[in-house]
Design a protein around this ligand. Structure first.
Ligand SMILES: [Zn+2]
Length: 474
């Protein structure tokens, strides 16, 4: 629902690609966004009406009014809100080609379907899912994703996914996870991960261009013995890699396994660990997360859809636990719309505690930007429009029918906006969505490739006996 303001904006709900897209990344230019309503998410700079953002060689040079930038190409900001790109913190991207495949009866649910289809995916199929997820994410203003990759049947899968990231040009954390081939109670394939780190990250934690950081995604203490977790955590910490794990989705496991308290006793909580969901927890769990500043990632649409419970965002905030937001999987939640996720977070909390004033749009916008950057350990690079940080920003139209008239910009973003309102997406100084169109992913190719991928996997998965043993896998 939008009224395009200019002919080149007419993208409809199906984002169009530009000819020749995908061959190489656009150059990092020198740009100045002029006269936008700038929401910096920087505590000192705040919001600037009729503000400018000057970008050069992928970095933010200056933010303010009437900036001098004689050599910069002007990007008109009238009628637009400029803000940092969204940073989502948990997404099983490989499965994006199975969008909406989880059914509503036993034997067709998310876990069964994703594990079954995943068995038949090739490295190229995983990469196709990542490419689709990146296309949707970039179109929707998500400039950083946490690719929580848990269908890595061998290292070739991780390599194929990395190539998809580099070709699309967005920022990412690559969280190297387990697969159907990782035996129960065993660690992640640590030798493979060490080799992966050496090859792609030159032994460090970011790729040479700084766009992709590395984490590991183990099964965690609700599924594995704490000794296994300790080995994984020690491996990661010795190499400067962050850790991210699912937690607290099942009340029985919270009671029986006491995952958070077990991690605390073993000294494994901390700001370099990101826990996912944690919809079920004890008061003591919250106290431990706050004390150690261990962040959580909340994905309200999958938490609701799969029955993990009502996302208890206010309880984390009250306890002082850092909160960021995520897509999780479009197999369950249908799409990757961070505006909708923010709106759900605000409305769920107000409804949950029956208070119109429980949570503000400003607070929710922090979760989708700077808090996400902190949760992934990249707040030195992104998360706010601060001079010196990398230039990841989006421009959102306020003149579309679902946005007008301009009132309170933070509320317009959280309560009214949708991906179609995003005119421009810049990552590291590169324009990856321009005039409403993606510049690095060819959508005509993607339509064909995604259809072929899911059709082949469906045919192979429908062979009698294909699903044997799937329910027992974790
Ligand atoms: Zn997940």
């Amino acid at each position: 629902m939008q009224a395009p303001t200019r002919p080149e904006d007419a993208g409809g709900h199906h984002p169009q690609s530009v000819p020749g897209a995908g061959s190489e990344l656009p150059a990092r230019g020198e740009y100045v966004v002029r006269n936008a309503h700038v929401i910096t998410m920087d505590e000192t700079l705040g919001e600037i009406e009729d503000g400018d953002v000057h970008v050069r060689d992928g970095a933010i040079v200056a933010v303010g009014r009437g900036l001098e930038a004689p050599d910069a190409e002007t990007i008109r900001g009238d009628g637009l809100i400029a803000l940092p790109g969204f940073i989502e913190t948990h997404w099983h991207m490989w499965g994006a080609v199975a969008r909406n495949m989880s059914g509503h009866v036993e034997g067709t649910g998310y876990y069964y379907v994703s594990r079954l289809l995943g068995k038949f995916f090739t490295p190229q199929n995983n990469a196709c899912g990542v490419r689709l997820a990146l296309a949707e994410g970039l179109y929707s203003g998500i400039t950083t994703v946490n690719n929580w990759s848990h269908n890595l049947l061998d290292p070739g899968y991780a390599d194929a996914e990395m190539r998809a990231h580099l070709a699309a040009g967005g920022r990412a954390c690559f969280s190297y996870g387990y697969s159907r081939k990782t035996p129960k109670d065993s660690t992640l394939p640590l030798e493979d991960i060490a080799d992966f780190q050496d090859r792609w990250f030159k032994g460090g934690t970011r790729t040479p261009d700084g766009l992709i950081s590395l984490a590991i995604a183990p099964r965690g203490p609700e599924n594995n013995p704490i000794e296994t977790c300790a080995t994984e955590w020690e491996f990661a910490r010795a190499r400067g890699i962050r850790v991210t794990s699912h937690m607290g989705t099942n009340p029985k496991r919270v009671d029986d396994r006491q995952g958070i308290q077990t991690l605390a006793k073993a000294g494994l909580l901390g700001p370099d660990l990101l826990l996912i969901h944690v919809t079920h927890h004890s008061d003591e769990d919250l106290r431990l997360l706050a004390e150690t500043q261990t962040p959580v990632s909340l994905s309200p649409y999958t938490e609701l859809r799969t029955g993990f419970g009502i996302t208890p965002v206010g309880k984390f905030l009250e306890a002082g636990v850092p909160v960021s937001l995520s897509v999780d999987t479009t197999i369950l939640c249908g799409n990757a719309d961070m505006f909708a996720i923010m709106k759900a977070i605000e409305n769920i909390e107000n409804g949950r505690i029956e208070d119109e004033f429980a949570i503000s749009s400003e607070r929710v916008l922090e979760m989708a930007t700077i808090n996400g950057a902190r949760a992934l350990g990249i707040d030195d690079q992104v998360g706010s429009l601060t001079p010196g940080k990398r230039a990841d920003l989006i421009l959102v139209r306020t003149t579309d029918v679902n946005m007008m008239p301009k009132t309170v910009p933070t509320r317009m973003l959280v309560q009214s906006a949708e991906p179609n309102n995003i005119e421009t997406v810049m990552v590291d100084g590169r324009l990856l969505k321009k005039g409403g169109r993606l510049t690095t992913i060819d959508l005509d190719d993607l339509v064909k490739e995604t259809a072929e991928t899911i059709e082949r996997a469906r045919v192979e998965a429908s062979v009698p006996g294909a699903g044997e043993g799937i329910q027992e896998l974790i």
